[in-house]
Write a protein that binds this ligand. Structure first.
Ligand SMILES: [Zn+2]
Length: 307
């Protein structure tokens, strides 16, 4: 059994490549890197009484908070395959409001007519805000979950809509054809964010706009809840803040135009339940989804342009 423990990957900083980290900054009582892979699988989905995460340290050079020890890409692939919808439990109306908020920020930025590209659109809650914009001639959606494809297919005619099951398989997208690219809660999950962003950059037109939503590890909520913050989890090999996301973008050839804290809409009971869970109380409350409140829950929207 002990031999599987050594099978986790050792990582250098995924942003600047530096191998020097300070001491551990965020960790669980039993760190994931000390637990056998078979045991760790049971912690992968959702919330557990005992929180188990890989320890996060800060890069000595660029300050990025990342896990120097993490799952390999093969292990991650297998884990994601058996993962249920991660927003299960939040009613559609609340999710739609949150996505509309991202769109309202994005539409303040001007861009040339061209293609639209989105990775991980899920059922298209963000995409449907943008689909009627006459500025876009082609829509390139990269969504591995084929179960949502019928929903996505209804968004536009088949001569304008291109669906791919490969999350970052951009090869069919003509170079410099994309005027807006969107990645919502994608970048936190990637083992190699710089490589992916560089691939994307080649597809983007001069003056194009990239909109990226990530968690903010410098948020008040992250500070208050410490390692109980839900974004500290087995699915996030690194987490950004406004400064480290800017460094990452620079490494990939993007210039950050704006970083903005965003609002998430949640039903009150959902929030209360998860707040209790964050502090270690696993309690199920009756659903009362009618009342939704906007909260700045430690998410940031970064707007960048290719340099
Ligand atoms: Zn670094």
């Amino acid at each position: 059994m002990a031999n599987t423990i050594s099978k986790y990957e050792s990582r250098v900083c995924p942003s600047c490549g530096c191998s020097d980290t300070g001491s551990v900054s965020v960790a669980s009582k039993r760190p994931a890197q000390s637990i056998d892979l078979d045991d760790l699988q049971s912690h992968w989905n959702g919330f557990f009484k005992e929180k188990v995460i890989f320890s996060y340290s800060r890069c000595a050079r660029c300050n990025l908070l990342y896990c120097p020890s993490f799952f390999s890409s093969g292990q991650l692939e297998a884990l994601y395959e058996q993962m249920p919808d991660n927003t299960a439990g939040v009613p559609l109306e609340a999710l739609e409001k949150t996505q509309k908020g991202y769109f309202d920020i994005l539409k303040n930025f001007s861009f040339e007519k061209g293609g639209y590209l989105e990775t991980g659109p899920d059922i298209g809650l963000f995409t449907k805000n943008i689909i009627s914009d006459p500025a876009f001639d082609q829509f390139w959606l990269f969504e591995p979950n084929r179960a949502v494809w019928p929903t996505l297919n209804r968004l536009a005619d088949s001569n304008r809509l291109h669906l791919s099951a490969e999350m970052f398989g951009f090869s069919e997208v003509p170079d410099t054809s994309i005027s807006v690219a969107v990645m919502i809660h994608v970048l936190d999950h990637l083992l190699n964010p710089v490589e992916i962003l560089k691939k994307l950059r080649i597809k983007m037109a001069p003056g194009a706009v990239l909109a990226v939503v990530t968690h903010d590890e410098s948020s008040l909520l992250a500070k208050i809840t410490g390692n109980g913050w839900p974004a500290f989890c087995l699915q996030h090999p690194q987490l950004y803040n406004p400064s480290t996301v800017e460094t990452l973008m620079k490494e990939a050839g993007f210039k950050v135009v704006r970083v903005q804290r965003t609002v998430n809409y949640f039903p009150v009971t959902y929030l209360f339940k998860h707040l209790l869970w964050a502090f270690g109380f696993k309690i199920n409350l009756p659903g009362w989804d009618g009342l939704q409140i906007p909260l700045k829950l430690g998410n940031i929207l970064t707007i960048a342009s290719p340099e």
